[in-house]
Design a protein around this ligand. Structure first.
Ligand code: NAD
Length: 292
């Protein structure tokens, strides 16, 4: 069993840390919000990030954004970790920061993996996340059994930054598909057509995609989704906006043509500006249908 320092016990980190404790690992947690850190039964609560980082086999971070991850690594983790500690950052951050931090960790004698996730809070709680991992083959081999406790699928995507890269490509595809499904249902409705007919046909035809069959934004058709719960997240529009921003940043760095990704970014930006950052990302259909 491994000794694990876990920094960032928020919506995602809570379930992930609980599953590590449940698998018998010795987990020490830290969050700036002491109340969140104390909510993991069976884990030790560190008084500081330094204390959570010191003397562990593995340090996992699950933090809001790149600048916070960089600061925690530079100020807290790298200076205090024991030799041979493996670092795993599960936060969603930009590819560039992930690569730079891996280099800095490597320069200080450590292995570091970027291992962002897909699957949301429900996946974190159930231990069914998908991990997209960037870093060395040796680091991946060491991390795989630990990530397997928190996830149902663990994929080695390539060198440092590759996990973050795959994550933002996937989420850009998801955003475009969600908007396409929302526009399809809104158009059908305005044409006086039955949403159930559209679902029944498209879910078995060429318009089929995950945003339609598994996460349908139109309430009352298909499986129960966030749409049937007044668009409670799920996956909040604000987080989709963040991921699309990372995708746009990466695309402009390499000159990729992501015209539909850019349009999707603008759509979610408008949702956030309208005060709907906390609404599920499938709630984008409300604007298309003209309902609130
Ligand atoms: P969250 O805001 O609920 O949790 C982040 C936690 O980090 C908070 O508890 C906060 O107090 C803590 N924190 C912030 N700065 C800190 C510091 N310097 N030291 C220690 N703790 C600190 O966010 P979340 O929903 O758990 O998401 C975490 C990451 O996972 C994000 O990068 C997000 O993009 C990604 N993600 C989230 C989801 C989702 O559905 N929520 C899905 C996939 C990926």
């Amino acid at each position: 069993m491994a000794t694990i320092g876990f920094i960032g016990i928020g919506n995602m980190g809570t379930g992930m840390a609980r599953n590590l404790v449940g698998a018998g690992h010795e987990v020490t947690v830290f969050d700036l919000d002491a109340e969140k850190a104390s909510g993991i039964e069976g884990a030790m609560v560190a008084a500081s990030g330094e204390a959570a980082a010191a003397g562990r086999d593995i340090i996992i971070t699950m933090l809001p954004a790149g600048p916070i991850v960089a600061k925690v690594y530079r100020d807290t983790i790298i200076p205090n970790a024991a030799p041979d500690t493996l670092f795993i950052d599960c936060s969603t951050i930009d590819v560039e920061t992930a690569r730079i931090l891996a280099e800095e960790a490597h320069g200080a004698g450590f292995r570091m993996l970027d291992a962002p996730v897909s699957g949301g809070v429900a996946g974190a709680d159930a231990g069914t996340l998908a991990f997209m991992v960037g870093g060395s083959a040796e680091g991946f081999a060491q991390a795989e059994p630990i990530l397997g406790v928190m996830g149902a699928k663990v994929v080695h995507c390539g060198e440092a930054g590759a996990g973050q890269g795959i994550k933002i490509c996937n989420n850009m595809m998801l955003a475009i598909q969600m908007i396409s499904v929302a526009e399809g249902f809104a158009l059908a409705e305005k044409l006086g057509l039955s949403p159930r007919s559209l679902f029944d046909v498209s879910s078995a035809a060429s318009g089929q995609c995950w945003s339609l069959t598994t996460y349908c934004p139109m309430p009352g058709v298909g499986p129960q989704t966030s749409a049937d719960k007044d668009y409670q997240p799920g996956f909040a529009a604000g987080l989709m906006h963040k991921d699309l921003g990372l995708a746009m940043e990466a695309a402009s760095g390499v000159g990729a043509d992501v015209a539909f990704g850019r349009a999707a970014y603008d759509v979610y930006e408008r949702m956030v500006e309208a005060g709907d950052a906390g609404v599920d990302f499938s709630g984008v259909i409300r604007g298309k249908r003209g309902v609130s």
